[in-house]
Design a binder for this molecule. Structure first.
Ligand code: GLU
Length: 436
């Protein structure tokens, strides 16, 4: 049948089914508008370069076989191999992974790393799997995506629902299939199998470095903002791999962490939680819930708590138009990827809340991932002081770059962060040109 629509006028509906992806594109559009980006470049950045969808069958402990859906999306590889975590979460889908891969492109670019953006995931509830099932899932997923990953192609890392142990299994599976050990295929590995000192703490540590930079920037600009000392109050939504480290770091700086939560609920102490004791409790009980020296608090109440610094470090979409009007924090540090929806961010910025955007705030993880990759390729390992020093250096430069862009364009911090990433990428893409 003859069609009146030219095929090149059709937009793809494959990618944009998730709010996270649509938000990422909307933010890119805004950055492109503000910086007056070449429309041909914007067009290319709105869709990923490549995606793989795989079926991941595993035998459960009860003997039955279950097939999970897995993805790996490579958004842009102009600056180097793809880089980004693997997520195990029940709501993972192709569109969400594509949006997260896009954020990785901007994160790697704005921090000056020679890496592109990628992301992976399996649609599964990690809390329902035994250790053996986790291992089977990670190994079979690795085998299924094996043709598109590698130390100079695309390098996975941990993300929500996965950790250093998953990376050890991934590295082992990839290496078994090649016949020799290839540590550079993943980062976020345990130290014993080629991981970097300081990688496990790097994301949370980086979050607090950026909070310190934000407080200093506000003071330098003569704007109202909190100091980072014993007068400062903090709440942490998502007391996990990122949130717990951020809480520990900020507690060491003397700040009071009033509230902390995870997916089971939260705890609150008006005088500040005893973070070392809370960490011991979480190590034993796998949740903050029930911590004796505190009152229970819901996740919704934690997000609405009056504090100087709110750190949403769990997952995307926790501050939306539904609850944004209740948020009372002065600084919000996006420890998670995409915790504030684009429309809610606008409301907060109009209210004068200072937002440290995810691609800058949580970039400490991928920065030390890069150090781990470099150390592995050179077989020369650094001490932790050197890792932390270099992390602080790279993040300080990135923060300054974003703050300068914000001043130059008089835009929000999220737009400024995206512009910083896109500026570098734009030059590289124009220099490399379009093939054929
Ligand atoms: N999953 C982390 C992120 O979203 C780390 C990625 C990496 O180290 O490759 O930035």
């Amino acid at each position: 049948m003859a069609s009146t629509t030219k095929s090149h006028d059709l937009n793809s509906h494959l990618w944009d089914t998730s709010a996270l992806y649509r938000d990422a594109v909307q933010q890119l559009d805004e950055a492109a508008r503000v910086m007056n980006l070449d429309l041909n470049i914007a067009e290319r950045l709105k869709v990923p370069k490549r995606a793989m969808i795989v079926s991941v069958p595993i035998r459960l402990d009860n003997g039955k076989i279950k097939v999970f859906e897995g993805y790996r999306v490579q958004h842009n590889m102009t600056l180097g191999p793809g880089k980004g975590g693997i997520r195990f979460h029940p709501e993972v889908n192709l569109s969400e992974v594509a949006g997260l891969a896009m954020l990785m492109t901007f994160k790697c670019s704005l921090t000056g790393l020679p890496l592109g953006g990628a992301k992976g995931g399996v649609r599964v509830d990690p809390n329902q799997l035994s250790r053996q099932e986790h291992q089977a899932l990670m190994r079979r997923y690795t085998t299924e995506i094996n043709t598109i990953i590698g130390p100079d192609k695309d390098i996975p890392a941990p993300d929500v629902g996965t950790d250093a142990q998953h990376m050890a299994w991934m590295m082992d599976t990839f290496s078994q299939e090649r016949g020799f050990t290839i540590p550079g295929v993943v980062t976020g590995k345990p130290i014993e199998v080629g991981g970097s000192l300081g990688r496990a703490e790097s994301t949370g540590r980086g979050v607090i470095y950026t909070v310190q930079h934000a407080a200093k920037l506000l003071a330098d600009r003569g704007e109202a903002g909190p100091k980072i000392d014993s007068t400062t109050t903090v709440s942490v939504h998502g007391y996990g791999k990122v949130g717990a480290v951020a809480a520990t770091e900020v507690h060491q700086l003397g700040c009071k962490v009033l509230a902390a939560s995870d997916y089971l609920g939260g705890v609150y102490n008006k005088n500040g939680l005893n973070i070392p004791k809370l960490n011991e409790w979480v190590a034993r009980n796998k949740t903050v819930v029930g911590f004796p020296e505190a009152e229970p608090m819901s996740n919704a109440d934690l997000l609405a708590l009056k504090v100087d610094v709110l750190i949403p470090a769990a997952i995307d979409g926790v501050i939306t138009m539904e609850n944004v009007h209740k948020v009372q924090a002065k600084i919000i540090a996006e420890g998670a990827n995409g915790p504030i929806s684009t429309d809610a961010m606008k409301v907060l910025e109009d209210k004068g809340v200072f937002i440290i955007p995810d691609v800058l705030c949580n970039a400490g993880g991928v920065i030390v991932s890069y150090f781990e990759w470099v150390q592995g390729l050179q077989n020369f390992f650094w001490n932790e002081a050197m890792v932390n020093e270099k992390l602080a250096e790279v993040l300080a430069m990135a923060f300054k770059r974003v703050a300068d862009v914000q001043t130059r364009y008089k835009c929000g911090m999220k737009t400024a962060a995206l512009i910083s990433g896109v500026e570098r990428l734009n030059k590289a893409m124009l220099l490399r040109g379009l093939f054929p």
